[in-house]
Design a protein around this ligand. Structure first.
Ligand code: MLT
Length: 409
């Protein structure tokens, strides 16, 4: 008799975005002909930048010729891409990260979930509430929690509330965590952490021998000066932090798939006898065993993001989405909503009116305005009464969606 991993039975609902997709499909099937505008999942709409596309094509052409054909590539990623990342995303900004510290993968969702596997199930995990649901769900799947209580909290997870009152910046937890998920710019609230704020976390992690799992998938969307784009801008972070970055939102790779994890050699975790082990070595052991690398043409396309022309093109696309965010912020404020985010992140975090529940607001916006957003409660209990709109949309749709929402009572 095959036994299941019973931790999966603790998961309280289906994964958030397929659940939204299911409800939207149900609505669309029942209401054929309605023009539904989708601003739920943060999925890019603009095509790949010309330089990226050309490199992608060149990569495919190379695969079609005997002299340049490639079979399995290095699991960690081709040297040309890891070098391009190290030089352009880190060293050019005065951050000492080398190509050896970079491990290329097919997505940060996978990386932030899979990383749990190299840490023992005894580890205590701290996550923000609300938060990108992958962190909590994969913590449950990896057996690090008890059951989910009626209030939506899993036993064993240290929740750090991020509310209007604390500016969506969590307090340092009273109970000591072993692993701390931080995401800045934040999904879903769209807020950012200052250098001082991150320095506080790095010190806390150093003092407590904790590891910070820093999700920087949205760093390209920072528009204000002085806000850190990498945890490694903070002195001492290399000994206590892993950073996750992705080409998905930065360069329109949600359907193309490429991301990377940064693990400095200095980062250590301990066995039960207190002996230190290289976290990078463990992650590479996992990666080389379970993953055969991102395809060559995709890595060529990703490397093109770091050429001068590629940088210009992808930042123009980022600016396009951030102009959407500005329009959304202003329209939603004018419609009487309290809005957060959308300045340094492509997400607008909206307080519903009259304390309406998130899923009720989802139904209202879908039924009456035919617009899809994401219920805040889907990101955690403290997201109840909030709603997230994604700025990844076509401009005409953004304007139309805002017009429709303004007309809601
Ligand atoms: C989101 O909408 O939160 C993201 O697009 C989901 C993801 O990146 O996996």
């Amino acid at each position: 008799m095959a036994l299941i991993n019973e931790h999966y039975l603790k998961l309280k609902a289906g994964y958030l975005f397929p659940e939204i997709g299911r409800r939207v499909k149900e609505f669309a099937d029942a209401n054929p002909g309605k023009n539904i505008i989708r601003m739920g999942i943060g999925d890019v709409t603009q095509p790949l930048a010309p330089s990226v596309l050309k490199a992608f094509h060149d990569g495919v052409d190379e695969m079609g010729k005997a002299e340049s054909f490639k079979g399995y590539g290095p699991e960690q990623g081709y040297e040309f891409l890891r070098q391009a990342i190290a030089v352009n995303a880190y060293q050019a900004n005065g951050i000492d990260i080398s190509a050896d510290d970079i491990i290329v993968s097919d997505g940060s969702k996978c990386d932030t979930g899979n990383i749990q596997e190299i840490f023992g199930s005894e580890n205590k995990i701290a996550i923000c509430d609300p938060v990108y649901p992958v962190y909590a769900d994969t913590t449950v799947m990896s057996g690090k929690t008890g059951e989910c209580a009626a209030n939506g909290y899993y036993a064993g997870i240290i929740y750090m509330p991020c509310t209007d009152e604390n500016g969506f910046i969590p307090e340092l937890p009273a109970e000591r965590p072993d692993l701390i998920f931080l995401c800045y710019p934040n999904n879903p609230t769209g807020t950012v952490a200052s250098k001082e704020e991150l320095a506080k976390w790095v010190k806390y992690a150093r003092d407590n021998k904790s590891i910070i799992l820093f999700d920087a998938a949205y760093e390209a969307f920072i528009t204000e000066p002085g806000i850190p784009r990498s945890i490694y801008e903070i002195e001492g972070a290399k000994e206590v932090a892993i950073e996750f970055r992705s080409f998905s939102k930065t360069a329109g790779f949600t359907g193309t798939r490429c991301a990377f994890t940064v693990i400095p050699e200095e980062l250590k975790a301990y066995d039960s006898n207190g002996n230190a082990h290289s976290v990078k070595k463990l992650w590479l052991r996992r990666h080389t065993t379970k993953f055969n690398g991102v395809s060559y043409p995709v890595q060529k396309a990703a490397a093109a993001v770091y050429t001068a022309q590629g940088q210009k093109e992808v930042s123009d696309v980022v600016a396009y989405y951030m102009e959407n965010a500005r329009i959304m912020r202003e329209s939603l404020s004018a419609a009487g909503y309290t809005v957060f985010g959308g300045v340094n992140a492509p997400y607008i975090w909206v307080k519903t009116k009259n304390n309406m529940k998130s899923w009720d607001f989802f139904d209202k916006v879908l039924n009456e305005a035919n617009v899809v957003g994401t219920p805040g409660s889907g990101f955690g209990p403290a997201g109840e009464g909030y709603f997230r709109f994604s700025a990844f949309a076509d401009r005409a749709n953004v304007i139309e969606a805002m017009e429709r929402i303004k007309k809601l009572d």
